[in-house]
Design a protein around this ligand. Sequence first.
Ligand code: ADP
Ligand code: MG
Length: 678
Amino acid sequence: MVELKSNELSSYNIQYIKGVGEKRAQLFNKLGIYSVRDLITFYPRKYQDWSKNVSVLDAPEGEVVAIKATMVTPVKESLIRKGMTLYKCNFSDGQNVIHVTLFNNKYLAKALRTFDEYILYGKVEKSFTSASMTSPQIEKLEDADGIHPIYSATDKLNSRAIAKVVKTALDAIPHIDDTLTEEIRQRYNLCSLDFAIREIHFPTDSKNIEIARHRLIFEELLTLQLGLLKLKDKKETQNDLQLKTDCTDEFCALLPFELTNAQKRTIAECVADMQSGNAMNRLIQGDVGSGKTAVAAAVMYSAVKSGYQCAMMAPTEILATQHFESLSKLFDGTGLRVALLTGSTKAKEKREIKAALMDGEIDIIIGTHALIQNDVEFRELALVVTDEQHRFGVEQRATLAMKGKNPHLMVMSATPIPRTLGLIIYGDLDISILDELPPGRQEIRTDVVTSAYHSRIYSFIKKAVDGGNQAYIVCSLVDDNESDLVSAKEYAEELQTKVFTGYNLGLLHGKMKAKEKDAVMSAFARGDVQILVSTTVVEVGVDVPNATIMLIENADRFGLSALHQLRGRVGRGSDKSYCILVSDNNGDSAKERLQVMKSTNNGFKIADYDLKTRGPGDFFGKRQHGLPNLIIADMLGDMDTLKECQQCAGEMLEDDIRLDKYPALCENINNMFRKTDY
Ligand code: ADP
Ligand code: MG
């Protein structure tokens, strides 16, 4: 293969790497790998150390181990049913025999030779008389030394194949130029990028993995920091969309209630931002039920009164529809024109709305992310509000900022985030905190019980529903493979036929289409569905004040923040509300965690506890943080590195605001933020 220069890596298509070709390139594309650069920054998920092998006798049962063994019997093939062939053979480590079973792996079975030495890598199962392995990885001894990278693979592209292509590519690159200067590397004790990338894929020893990983994490967090700082810098530019008058008092007269002090303070902060001559970039962080919608409405009201248009985005149709309905009601009679635009708006209506937006006949448009599609244009868009921001990515935030003439941005989130993490995730935003709930809210009573209480809980729910209230029943994920967990679907059927006969049950789960979900959710909001059986999809934002019971099955399986969000779905009306956490987990930490839920309703306290005990990956759930997809950095484990990166980013920008000295790094920043133009 030809030599690849460091500056060609992003443009060199993997298709041209020796042994790849057009067809296999498509398999790589599925993993998000297009260029050689993508390939060499596709880091292993973990490693297998094949050099440390154990004897059959010493192999702990049920754990993945490497065993060095000789094949002692030829492979026996048997067809157990159509399309399923079993291959069996025996290996010996010199003292004990281990039985190996392979399913359908003809290729491997044919390659094995009696009396050759192999490394078997897999889980050992033991009975009184024998030991066995099912579908282990088998490698010839001479190929099996050292540490092997394991990549996230797909059906058609296994980890070994990926490793081979990575190796070919790395061999073709004489040197990977560094993104950082020698000076920075020394100051922060970092190895070279060339070393880091080669060692992260094919480590010489486990110490080098750590050195390489540290460098790559540093680089990733630094890129993120620089990107956010640049985004903030860009957004702090002026705009001429200043509020002419503060109409908050006028707005308050529309409300059926008095604003809390926290709401008033937050609205004032937003108004000040919008009068400053710079674009507002503010995060409104407030626990569930703290009244963020009213804050947004107040600020939008003033903006419209100054002659501007506003857009409000919600992560789901149901939420958008709810906002639309409550704002339409609130602004009824004020002359403000509010419209709704979502994925299911009819084509004709969509066209009309778009035209009206362009003509300035609509003041406030509410919708899902359909709103940020390119063909939606405004006459004078001055304010963009995004609700439940943690569901939107930084990249979408950036797209929005590009709409119109650099509009003011308000993002709202109910995920209470400890300050340090907030600084990273929302590094480009100012923050207002709604730390006060509207008065008169009833404390939600939370109980932790075992499943022995089910019949009592069911009668309790029936009583509430008979009295006109509604209930949520949240259970584990649908189609969960873990057999001890009942899936939402089966559970709902059982409840309907055996427990709640004659009641209207609805089912909501993650595999349903958005439209189906919305239909069920709307039926629940209307009161047609009395009991909603659901996976966690109810987590975000919906407001059904008539619902008073939240029953959560296998509560120990959920993160505390998720539980808190779920609990926030009840206690929204004037009736006493209950949250019942069912768990049969007797472990101390599970018990302690659920007791935290019982002991406090304060989202920040819960978040802190959650973060301390579980770390941010779990804390946010998969990709809920809305950050660019951090490839290897684990934020909590790397808090120290993060602090160093923040310092380093600050120093770099102070010294060279446009980062002219670091062209490669700039390219990475652009990649991380998906080529958003700064
Ligand atoms: P969240 O912050 O979770 O988005 P919402 O904006 O949905 O909260 O508000 C929750 C409920 O509280 C709504 O029914 C809203 O009308 C009501 N609410 C908001 N602010 C106040 C207030 N200051 N006094 C009384 N009720 C309020
Ligand atoms: Mg809300």
